[in-house]
Design a protein around this ligand. Structure first.
Ligand code: HEM
Length: 168
């Protein structure tokens, strides 16, 4: 059984980020992307943009904390896990970056925080296509991450999941 445990602040940030990212993937796909661009959509877009920015900030803070706080033992399996974490973090940052480029390109910022109008359809912008594809990539990576964690917990019974809980 591993004795290593992440710091409380890392555990809290991990689960907050997991919750917000999951909420954004679900609401983005099933609500935002299916709504016509009427003024009624502006409130949802405002929340999506603010939460997306929060996700990007949380990701950077988590990476910096990971560099400053004690790291898990440097085994071969941990190296692979670390690589996986880097890929997820970079993909999430790419998602937030493509959303931000879309906001700048499409006049979304002015529509949400000023007096401008929404574009007729976001899908005409390349950044929107990229945002859509990268969101599918993040979904795939999140599902893989959960499956691997459950495999460790249920099949290998190595207690790795306990590192991300307050259980000792
Ligand atoms: C990392 C956090 C983010 C996540 C998880 C996320 C997720 C999503 C998802 C899943 C979609 C629907 C894609 C599809 O089904 O094709 C979407 C659409 C969208 N997102 Fe994000 N997003 C994030 C950040 C942002 C940011 C920071 C902005 C802007 C500043 C933004 C602006 C938009 C816009 C304008 C749409 C298009 C909605 C439409 O087509 O009507 N997103 N997002």
């Amino acid at each position: 059984m591993p004795t290593f445990c992440y710091a409380k602040s890392q555990i809290v940030l991990h689960w907050v980020a997991a919750l917000v990212i999951t909420l954004m993937l679900v609401t983005g796909t099933f609500i935002l992307a299916t709504m016509p661009n009427t003024p009624a959509k502006i409130g949802m877009l405002r929340i999506h943009m603010m939460m997306g920015t929060l996700v990007a900030v949380l990701t950077v803070v988590r990476v910096l904390m990971g560099r400053m706080l004690p790291a898990p033992p440097d085994t071969a399996a941990q190296k692979v896990a670390h690589l996986g974490q880097i890929v997820i973090n970079l993909t999430v940052l790419l998602l937030a970056a493509s959303g931000s480029v879309l906001a700048l390109q499409s006049g979304l910022l002015d529509a949400v925080f000023g007096s401008g109008a929404l574009p007729e359809d976001f899908k005409v912008f390349t950044a929107r296509q990229i945002h859509g594809w990268v969101s599918k990539g993040v979904m795939f990576l999140v599902v893989t991450h959960v499956v691997v964690a459950l495999y460790h917990q249920i099949v290998m019974k190595d207690g790795v999941l306990a590192r991300m809980t307050f259980r000792k």
